[in-house]
Design a protein around this ligand. Structure first.
Ligand code: ACO
Length: 343
């Protein structure tokens, strides 16, 4: 059977840069607190002029432009997001229309910050079966923040990333999707999420007045502990199951949640820090976009080389966590749009 291959990669970091200093003018926090607790220096914001669909279109277009394919060649457009364009229809439908992917079926998937790896694992068999897919992870988390809650407002940013994927027997090289694992523990749904606005907790005038409408709620220390334990465990397990040694992993590409979590996972897995990619200082936590955005940046910086093996690990609301191995047969073409200005 053919393997699933990432043929090209697109990344989009919206142009508004919000520094820690800017946040400290708006709430009771400081650059020093944010940097020491999270490693984050700044994050991107899409502002009011963009939506999840427009950001997804940017990264999707970037991936297509970098490739030899046209939107008409796509069989599937998939958007993984926790901050959708609307409740219904799916964000992917707006993207499919705007890109002109007239032969494609479009669907959204939601899985918190582990969602992008889960989505790759769900969609890879379709690529193996010969389908061409545009798999996009997008989050406009600055639209989902309670700006009165300093413990969450400083952590997140906006971004979008896209992988154009297809089968290995179609004559196009790229990054091969290797073995992957994912798990969930639904007994932990209360420690991280956006609980309001669904059928359990309806939107009320009080929520709107308090600015808690659709905003993220998190028990930070519990999330920290689970994140480190679960990502380290599932990272080690996928390496073992693939019968690889740690020394055969060239890069770890972790979910870019915060530097302390990344450092703790690095320590627990036992991999040298110089083989762990982080750009959390510049882009903060971009949820479902995070892993693709990191790979897009790595390709832009020419850090990914033929023959390398990459291990990605992620965790997020649910609680869900996942690991994924990638094997670089060829360096895929990529385009990373990241010019920005402080606001
Ligand atoms: N600025 C200044 N002070 C703050 C801020 C802030 N932005 N936020 C919280 N504080 C204060 C708290 O009020 C508290 O004050 P108190 O002691 O007077 O009560 C103090 O700082 C310490 O708060 P803690 O929560 O104990 O701080 P901690 O060292 O645990 O760090 C943090 C908080 C960074 C949120 C940490 O718990 C963490 O990293 N958790 C994981 C969060 C995360 O990355 N989530 C990922 C999001 S989800 C995802 O990726 C799927």
């Amino acid at each position: 059977m053919a393997d699933a291959i990432i043929w090209s990669v697109g990344g989009y970091a919206p142009p508004h840069i919000i520094t820690n200093k800017r946040l400290s003018e708006r709430m009771d926090t400081s650059d020093e607190w944010i940097q020491t607790r999270t490693g984050i220096r700044e994050r991107r914001s899409a502002g009011d002029e963009e939506t999840t669909a427009t950001a997804s279109i940017q990264s999707g277009k970037a991936a297509l432009e970098a490739s030899e394919f046209e939107a008409e060649d796509l069989d599937w457009v998939v958007v993984c997001t926790d901050t959708p364009e609307m409740w219904s229809p799916a964000t992917a439908c707006f993207v499919q229309d705007a890109l002109g992917a007239r032969q494609a079926s479009a669907i959204d998937l939601t899985g918190g910050c582990a969602g992008f790896l889960q989505t790759l694992q769900i969609m890879s068999p379709l690529a193996q079966a010969g389908k061409r897919l545009l798999v996009i992870g997008t989050e406009l988390l600055t639209h989902a923040l309670n700006w009165n809650d300093r413990s969450t407002a400083v952590l997140f940013g906006d971004g979008s990333s896209a992988f154009l994927m297809g089968p290995s027997d179609a004559g196009h090289g790229g990054i091969r999707i290797g073995p992957g694992l994912s798990r969930s523990d639904g007994s932990q749904t209360d420690i991280l999420g956006k609980p309001y606005g669904g059928t359990r907790y309806a939107i009320t005038p009080e929520l709107v007045r308090e600015g808690r409408l659709h905003t993220i709620r998190m028990e930070g220390p519990k999330v920290f502990k689970h994140a480190v334990t679960m990502m380290s465990d599932i990272g080690r397990r996928v390496i073992q199951e693939a019968q690889l040694g740690l020394e055969q992993i060239d890069w770890v590409v972790p979910h870019q949640a915060n530097q302390r979590i990344i450092d703790a996972v690095t320590h627990q897995v036992g991999i040298p820090a110089e083989r762990v990619f982080s750009h959390v200082a510049r882009f903060a936590n971009t949820g479902s976009a995070s892993i693709g955005l990191a790979m897009s940046d790595m390709l832009d910086q020419r850090l990914i080389k033929p023959g390398q093996r990459l291990l990605s690990v992620a965790f997020g609301a649910g609680f869900s966590w996942a690991s994924q191995l990638f094997f670089v047969d060829q360096v895929p073409p990529a385009q990373f749009i990241h010019a920005g200005e402080p606001v």
